[in-house]
Design a protein around this ligand. Structure first.
Ligand SMILES: *[C@@H]1O[C@H](CO)[C@@H](O)[C@H](O)[C@H]1NC(C)=O
Ligand SMILES: *[C@@H]1O[C@H](CO)[C@@H](O)[C@H](O)[C@H]1NC(C)=O
Ligand SMILES: *[C@@H]1O[C@H](CO)[C@@H](O)[C@H](O)[C@H]1NC(C)=O
Ligand SMILES: *[C@@H]1O[C@H](CO)[C@@H](O)[C@H](O)[C@H]1NC(C)=O
Ligand SMILES: *[C@@H]1O[C@H](CO)[C@@H](O)[C@H](O)[C@H]1NC(C)=O
Ligand SMILES: *[C@@H]1O[C@H](CO)[C@@H](O)[C@H](O)[C@H]1NC(C)=O
Ligand SMILES: *[C@@H]1O[C@H](CO)[C@@H](O)[C@H](O)[C@H]1NC(C)=O
Ligand SMILES: *[C@@H]1O[C@H](CO)[C@@H](O)[C@H](O)[C@H]1NC(C)=O
Ligand SMILES: *[C@@H]1O[C@H](CO)[C@@H](O)[C@H](O)[C@H]1NC(C)=O
Length: 728
């Protein structure tokens, strides 16, 4: 305390001590609706400790058709009604501010200091570069310097209470739908009135920054770990930031950083505010009811995994309901199957629209909102078929963040394609925001107010009671319409990237005419292809300390593909069914002749050869380089890649031979003792037999010279192997 007085004393010695303190300052605003923008405004006031009052909450808005810009004479009428009690107060300082599109960025002390500097002015209005609503009045405005703002904006002003009250009551009556800015403009342009209350404009944006037309002037420097606004054009650090008119989206962008939402050290500060922790509610019957709405609008690869991951979400099943819209005939059987699974798992069944129900995407999405509204769900969780929610905690985390509408950030792996837009053009098209790459690369993690989200998002059910997002519009896509309808109503769309939630599929090359289309997805959806088809233990072989089983000399053995891969590949070949019939004459070969023929199908025949070569490069070559060092060709060449079928009633074995390869891989595609008996491989030079082959494991052995080998007879059933002859 003593120190503080001492400082005050010193300051007082040099300058007059500020007579005014934070207690004298009152921020007043008018808002009829607690929009997200309003809550953001109040938060910013509370963060810096402003005294504030709001007038009009819950009352009908009659101030004109720009519903959420809070323009209109009704604002003045609310002020007249509420400020009457300060009408004689000559020390109280009133700062009026719009609320839905305004944020405060510095302390009341800084603000008052700036106010003092305007003396002898007693009332200060914010200024901007546009003369509105009556452009003809521009010629009546005093001239200003080139880097100053000339025209009055009524979204923010500050002055002594008595002056303000006199000013707003200076006209007998104001209609609710009259224009308030015009009202104040006329006062300002009347020299007598201007002098009476000593009104000036904040030409250099010292206090009020109106962003419309001035977004390029804004910089976001750091001070004490906090992001603030600097106007590089007027060289000021404005405090009251107003996203007037179309600049709302710029304010939304800035709102991710200013007003202590972001700290350069601690990152996202708003992520830690108002957090909901459901795990504290022991009785799971009390958990919020979440409607999951699944949309399958086009053929999508890895749909099984999509459903499995929804089933895997950590949440009590009894508090989940499912709404599915499937527009794809190809996906009917699988969707049917999972509908049954959901029912068996005690999900609250809601509705299932199938492809033959003739419901469009827009209608179905709208219907999901309606169902949720009618059944008073607590949340609606939209998940499109391209979404792979790898993280089972996604739903819990999204709920915890307590937002009206919130999307988990999802990306196409290794791409810059995501489920949100950082910005958009005047025409409503995608535009990259300055922080887009930082967000998608997790260089910045947190909550981001963005103009467009899609594919996966959680909507608060209480919000749906007062507002219905729209999907249907003949001229734009349902998801574009959705975001637009939310934005236009003054609500916010957030994206969060604090966790890795999952990823997006690329459905573009998915060809449902193929027998097992997912097998072909190695190029387009590599991550999902690996998850489904590469053996989880394969990756251990890549570790530097990995050891390999060596059942015969220089024959190595390791897991490479999943059971699912073996099933899908055998299924593909059996359905394709053009087995070669073990003929010596073979039109598929360059020479047209096979010395040691097998009953097989080549990968080229099923259009999988390029995919397989890529598989060899990605998964086989790295192991080969460990086992047979100093041998490298890029990419590995493999002329022959084929699935062989042995069965006793047909070709049951293969006589001793060398392979046309430097080394060979031989992957077991089914189970000895279960699918077949007998079989195996014997290396003659070493008198070494591998009979107990393992499904999904590959043998890797030199192709010739030392490793003369034979296929042992299959006694019962069918044995399948996948073989590649690999060469320099
Ligand atoms: C608030 O906004 C919602 C959504 O537009 C609207 O339905 C509601 O009537 C508004 N309430 C008031 C009091 O203006
Ligand atoms: C969730 O947010 C709302 C405001 O948006 C707030 O009223 C409520 O208290 C928050 N819930 C928790 C648990 O903090
Ligand atoms: C579902 O969760 C289980 C247990 O955590 C996990 O083993 C499995 O891989 C998950 N399934 C999918 C498709 O992610
Ligand atoms: C779905 O299942 C039915 C009956 O099992 C079958 O006839 C049909 O071919 C299957 N449809 C698809 C697209 O797989
Ligand atoms: C991450 O962001 C910080 C600050 O914005 C920047 O200095 C750094 O270079 C960025 N790192 C990467 C990997 O982009
Ligand atoms: C939804 O939003 C309302 C209002 O912001 C809030 O009070 C509530 O806690 C949120 N959550 C649910 C489940 O409604
Ligand atoms: C899809 O697969 C079928 C069957 O192999 C093929 O005929 C067709 O050309 C493929 N379509 C595309 C677009 O690749
Ligand atoms: C190999 O090293 C990894 C860590 O790099 C370790 O987790 C693993 O247990 C080790 N394996 C063996 C067989 O030592
Ligand atoms: C090869 O091994 C088998 C048993 O593994 C043995 O019975 C046989 O005598 C061996 N043959 C030769 C030539 O060593």
């Amino acid at each position: 305390m003593i120190g503080q007085r001492f400082v005050l004393f010193l300051v007082g010695f040099l300058y007059p001590i500020y007579a005014i303190s934070n207690d004298d300052l009152l921020v007043v605003s008018v808002a009829t609706n607690e929009t997200d923008g309003y809550l953001r405004f109040i938060r910013s006031l509370n963060v810096y400790g402003y005294n504030h009052e709001t007038y009009g909450l819950g009352q009908p808005w009659k101030g004109g058709n720009i519903q959420f810009t809070a323009g209109g004479g009704q604002k003045i009428n609310f002020l007249r009604e509420n400020l009457v009690r300060y009408k004689d107060d000559t020390t109280k300082i009133i700062l009026f501010s719009d609320s839905y599109d305004v944020m405060f960025t510095q302390t009341p002390e800084s603000l008052l200091e700036k106010f003092e500097k305007f003396k002898p002015a007693r009332v200060i209005f914010g200024a901007e570069d546009f003369c509105w609503p009556d452009q003809n009045l521009q010629y009546e405005y005093p001239f200003v310097e080139s880097n100053e703002k000339r025209f009055l904006n009524s979204g923010g002003f500050i002055g002594y209470a008595s002056d303000i009250y006199e000013m707003i009551t200076s006209k007998e009556k104001i209609e609710d739908d009259e224009d308030d800015q015009l009202f104040y403009t006329k006062i300002f342009l009347d020299k007598n009135l201007r002098d009476k209350w000593s009104i000036v404009l904040d030409k250099k944006a010292d206090i009020f920054m109106n962003l419309n037309g001035a977004v390029d002037e804004v910089e976001l420097p750091l001070r004490n770990d906090e992001v603030y606004i600097h106007n590089s054009w007027t060289d000021s650090d404005p405090i009251v930031i107003h996203g007037n008119g179309p600049a709302k989206r710029s304010l939304n962008y800035l709102s991710n950083y200013i007003a202590r939402t972001w700290s350069s050290n601690a990152g996202c500060l708003q992520c830690k505010e108002n957090v909901i922790d459901l795990t504290k509610i022991d009785d799971q019957e009390q958990w919020p009811l979440v409607y999951i709405a699944a949309f399958i609008e086009y053929p999508t690869p890895f749909l099984e995994e999509y459903f499995e991951k929804i089933l895997n979400l950590t949440y009590p099943k009894k508090r989940l309901a499912i709404f599915i819209h499937n527009q794809v005939e190809y996906h009917k059987n699988l969707t049917d199957k999972y509908m049954s699974t959901f029912k068996e798992n005690e999900y609250k069944f809601v509705k299932y629209f199938n492809y033959d129900d003739d419901t469009t995407e827009g209608e179905a999405r709208q219907q999901a909102i309606t169902e949720c509204q009618e059944d008073t769900c607590d949340y609606l969780f939209v998940i499109d078929s391209v979404v792979q929610l790898d993280n089972p905690d996604t739903l819990l985390k999204l709920i915890s963040l307590n937002r009206t509408i919130l999307a988990p950030m999802l990306m196409r792996p290794e791409k810059t394609w995501s489920n949100f837009w950082g910005d958009y053009t005047e025409e409503g098209y995608y535009r990259r925001s300055p922080d887009y790459l930082d967000i998608i690369n997790y260089n910045k993690t947190g909550l981001f107010n963005v103009p467009h989200i899609s594919n996966c998002y959680l909507i608060n059910g209480t919000f749906l009671k007062k507002f219905t997002p729209q999907y249907i519009d003949p001229s734009i896509d349902p998801d574009v319409k959705f975001s637009q309808s939310i934005r236009d109503a003054g609500f916010f769309l957030y994206v969060n990237n604090e966790l890795a939630y999952g990823h997006l599929m690329d459905p573009d090359n998915f060809n449902t005419s193929l027998i097992i289309p997912e097998l072909y997805e190695i190029f387009t959806n590599f991550l999902d292809w690996k998850s489904r088809y590469i053996h989880p233990d394969y990756y251990k072989s890549l570790e530097p300390n990995a050891t390999f089983q060596q059942p015969c000399l220089d024959v190595f053995w390791f897991p490479v593909v999943t059971k699912r891969f073996t099933e899908d590949l055998v299924d593909l070949m059996e359905k394709f069914n053009r087995w070669s019939g073990s003929a010596h004459n073979d039109g598929r070969l360059a020479g047209g002749y096979e010395n040691v023929p097998t009953d097989d199908i080549h990968m080229t025949q099923v259009g999988l050869n390029d995919h397989w070569l890529y598989f060899l490069k990605e998964f086989i070559q790295p192991i080969q380089q460990k086992l047979y060092t100093g041998y490298f060709s890029d990419p590995p060449k493999a002329e022959l890649n084929f699935v062989v079928r042995y069965m006793p009633e047909y070709q049951s074995k293969l006589r001793p031979h060398h392979d046309a390869s430097t080394y060979t891989i031989n992957i077991a595609l089914n189970d000895v003792g279960k699918d077949y008996e007998g079989g195996g491989c014997r290396f003659l030079r070493y008198n070494c037999t591998i009979a107990a082959t393992r499904r999904g494991w590959t043998l890797m052995h030199p192709g010739r010279l030392t490793h003369f080998h034979e296929g042992l007879p299959v006694l019962k059933g069918k044995r399948y192997i996948m073989v590649s002859f690999i060469d320099p």
